[in-house]
Design a protein. Sequence first.
Length: 147
Amino acid sequence: MTCAYKWVKLALALLTVVLAAALIYEATDIYLTGSAPENMAAPGVAVNQMYTRADIAARLRRIMPLAAVYLTVLIAGIALKIAVGGRERPRAVKPSGSAAPVKVRRAARIAVFAAAAVFIGLGIWNGGLWDVLVKAVNICTECIGLG
């Protein structure tokens, strides 16, 4: 079981690099060419005309199978880590009486992670992703002086 866990860790590391490279490639390509290149040549074109939500979503959908494989390997790694016996490194000794039970801390971490995932999903669904993209483009073009 320990050998399988090591292979899953290696696969996860490789998938992390590949997923990061794919996201960087797509983001750079979207920024350089625009999702709607026919609108970029016209004078006075707004950002929401160059980068349409549907086009960006269609381009990022190509990465979704890779993200699904990554998530599957991540879940398998977590399951194997639990089966192998938890952490690899010894924990630091905590002062007596100040530490909450391990199960309570683990439940709190899971609850905070779930809440964060829900709020990120709601922000994307509500159009917050678009606002972040527009602000990032404005920062690059105005503050840094790329435009």
